[in-house]
Design a protein around this ligand. Structure first.
Ligand SMILES: *Cc1c(COP(=O)(O)O)cnc(C)c1O
Length: 345
């Protein structure tokens, strides 16, 4: 009988053995009156002290919103940091590989290339659903991670819980589910499943629904053991003082109204686009963008640019022939997009 593979078996040996950098603040804690331990400039200008390396206040706040314990949250300098760290924790350069879907978010591949990890792509079905058996057929003994993105970028659809759970149950490595757009979706997050499955990592971000792309804060939510590895490998002060402070303010204030307006605008924009002769197809979206198919995507793209409007040309991407990805903007911005497209007869 084969022994069950544990999370530790999947981690690179150099990371397992790594003794992490211990910051002055880790060692001393936070309740003293005079800090002469970190060679900081003592003159208070708001930024003279190093940030909290564990982001305790922000994690406590997010933990209540997400319904998970703070110890099950890692915060990165954007989800992009979490994606990069996944490779650095689990994948041995020039020997391990990962399996991902196509089309999907481009950073999984770029981070794989940077880390010299083979990136295996499995095309989605024609309706953009998962082909779970094709995904598992690409797995070999060097496969450490499967990347899923739900709702998916750029297709806008979510995958079924059944398919995702099937992969978690049938892959001995780690399944990463990127939920960057979950707050725009009618589906609920899979974060609740981390208690049951230690090989599941959920990625979320404050860049989309929370409107904080400029602050750079992404979340990885997983079992204690995996979050422990993230904390070991990350730069000690990866989230700066200002980002932690502003994020707390914005998350406390909430973005429910904004999300409602964006999803309402998404429906209106979709309805209007479907009435236009230049539009061949609009896919139902659970995110804050629409994937829209045209006969002449490059011309439409150029016309929008000529009118000062930039959208994302995805027409060269596998499975997205003819498609532009249009982010849902303000009501006024969406009207301007429609006005340009109405000129086509
Ligand atoms: C936008 C996006 C992100 C966000 O990345 P950040 O680094 O947190 O800004 C993550 N995943 C997907 C699929 C995205 O589209």
């Amino acid at each position: 009988m084969i022994n069950k593979i544990t999370i530790d078996d999947l981690v690179r040996n150099n990371i397992k053995e790594l003794l992490p950098y211990s910051t002055a603040r880790d060692e001393a804690g936070e309740s003293y009156s005079i800090y002469l331990d970190a060679n900081e400039n003592p003159n208070n200008n708001g930024y003279n002290r190093y940030p909290d390396p564990r982001q305790k206040d922000l994690k406590n706040l997010l933990s209540r919103i997400k319904g998970v314990s703070p110890k099950n949250i890692f915060l990165g300098n954007g989800s992009d940091e979490a994606i990069d760290l996944l490779y650095r924790i689990f994948c041995n350069p020039a020997s391990d590989n990962v399996v991902a879907i196509a089309p999907t978010y481009g950073m999984y591949r770029v981070a794989a290339m940077v880390n010299d990890i083979e990136y295996r792509e499995v095309q989605l079905n024609n309706d953009f659903s998962l082909d779970v058996s094709k995904i598992l057929s690409q797995v070999d003994k060097h496969t450490k991670l499967i990347f899923l993105c739900s709702p998916n970028n750029p297709t806008g659809n979510s995958f079924t819980n059944e398919d995702i759970v099937f992969l978690i149950n049938n892959f001995w490595g780690i399944v990463v589910v990127d939920e960057a757009y979950i707050d725009f979706s009618a589906n609920i997050s899979l974060v609740g499943l981390i208690e049951k499955y230690d090989n599941l990592i959920i990625l979320q971000t404050l860049s989309k629904a929370y409107g904080l792309a400029g602050l750079r804060i992404g979340l990885a939510i997983s079992c204690d053991n995996i979050i422990g590895y993230f904390n070991k490998v990350k730069y000690p002060y990866n989230i700066n003082v200002e980002s932690q402070r502003r994020a707390i303010e914005v998350v406390k204030a909430g973005v429910k109204k904004q999300i409602e307006e964006i999803t309402e605008q998404r429906a209106l924009l979709m309805g209007e686009l479907l009435n236009l002769s230049v539009v061949k197809k609009v896919w139902t979206s659970e995110a804050n963008f629409l994937l829209v198919k045209f006969d002449n995507p490059s011309q439409v793209y150029s016309d929008l640019i000529y009118n000062g409007i930039v959208v994302r040309n995805r027409s060269g991407v596998m499975g997205c022939k003819g498609c532009l990805r249009i982010t849902v903007g303000t009501p006024q911005e969406n009207i301007q997009v429609l006005n340009v497209l109405k000129n086509y007869k």
